[in-house]
Design a protein. Structure first.
Length: 62
């Protein structure tokens, strides 16, 4: 009779996979937050500012 049979190895392997996943989440790359907030339909001032900014960019590109 072997020291650890199949179900015991599966439990140990599963626990190791969970541990490796948690370590990967802890030390993994961080996602950056968007620099510009999303414009909402009711935010008229921000919408006008965005329109002016895109017009200035299109003028400078031409």
């Amino acid at each position: 009779m072997p020291l650890l049979e199949l179900p015991h190895w599966l439990i140990i392997a599963g626990a190791l996979l969970v541990l490796v996943g948690l370590i990967g989440l802890a030390f993994g790359p961080r996602k950056e937050v968007a620099l510009e907030p999303e414009l909402l339909p009711g935010d008229l001032d921000a919408w006008k500012a965005e329109q002016q900014r895109t017009e200035e960019q299109s003028r400078s590109a031409a």
